[in-house]
Design a protein around this ligand. Sequence first.
Ligand SMILES: Nc1nc2c(ncn2[C@@H]2O[C@H](COP(=O)(O)OP(=O)(O)OP(=O)(O)O)[C@@H](O)[C@H]2O)c(=O)[nH]1
Ligand SMILES: [Mg+2]
Length: 366
Amino acid sequence: MDNATVVSYPDEFEKKEIVELAKAAGYTVVDVVTQRQILKSEYGVGAGKAEELRDTVSRNGSKTLIVDESLTSAQAFKLATITRVEIVDRERLILNIFARRAKTTEAKLQVQLAELRYELPRARDEVRYSVQGERAGFMGMGETSVDVKFRALKRRMSFIKEKLARAESSRTLHRVERRKLGMPLVSLAGYTSSGKTTLFNKLASESGEESASLFTTLTTTTRAVSFADPRKKVMLSDTVGFISRLPAYMVESFKSTLDELTYADLILLLLDASESEENMSIKLTSCMETLDQLKVEPNKVLLVLTKVDLLKSQDSRHIETLPMFGGMSVIKVSAMRGDGMRQLKMRVVQRTSQSEKADMVPQKFP
Ligand SMILES: Nc1nc2c(ncn2[C@@H]2O[C@H](COP(=O)(O)OP(=O)(O)OP(=O)(O)O)[C@@H](O)[C@H]2O)c(=O)[nH]1
Ligand SMILES: [Mg+2]
């Protein structure tokens, strides 16, 4: 594994998250340098900090510098010139994880689309430099070859979009079929590593891939399960995890997977209860924003607090009264120990039979 130095914000949540992301991408993090501002014009970090980073990486032997922001190609190039190591920005890091995890054809296409969307504005920059006669240099390309590269990226993008559209229409067809059978769709959503796959496996008695690493699941798995009455089945879906500061184009690239949320009759929004209150609140807000981006109606969301086996019984008793939940109804579960599974199943049955009547009482969200 490659040694890497990380540049992040002084904030504990941000720091911990970028280190987890780096690990998930296969790096060994040897140093974390913090900086209040990573959006300065020249190198992302300030000039003095860039020099400090050069010394840090030469001392600790890092081959890669991971920057917890999105850099332009010019910034990355300048920072690489000073530090003499490979620069990986936050978006590139997430894309690398996605690329490692993608197994199905659809997931691979989605990742390729996201990568092209990452490359395109950067290629556009290169075109601009060369037009201005200010060669970007690092590609060693003249004006025409940059142009060619730009057009090739665009062509490849429409090719992948077409393929994904085909996958999407077959998904839509399945959805229509399910509707005809009267099966409600219940989707698991939540921050990456919140425990979606573990709960899915418990509920569906299936063994999918679960791991402590981020973004283990990239495509949607759907199973027909019956919770109470064996004749009444619901479709249960496990989906890709959310993360804060995920650029809109990445959400858009995973649209065909995340559509499972847009069309769900009920969404179980998972939140890891074993984390600090502050982290829970950040993650809850980030999840609600992503759900909003996907045009999910808040009244279709049921909040599920996971991993309660990790809580002291005293903390567990009162956790649902935390102000961040704003009086929403909350279910506490541990997929590992089995706590709350019966209540969860009952609630799912209750809420999905309500949705058949289509006159649900809207819930309030913070
Ligand atoms: N103690 C405890 N750990 C759990 C529980 N549920 C999940 N975990 C652990 O939490 C980690 C993440 O679980 P996953 O089910 O892979 O999470 P996920 O939400 O599917 O993650 P991504 O697919 O990466 O978005 C794993 O190490 C699980 O073993 C639980 O109820 N109790
Ligand atoms: Mg998963």
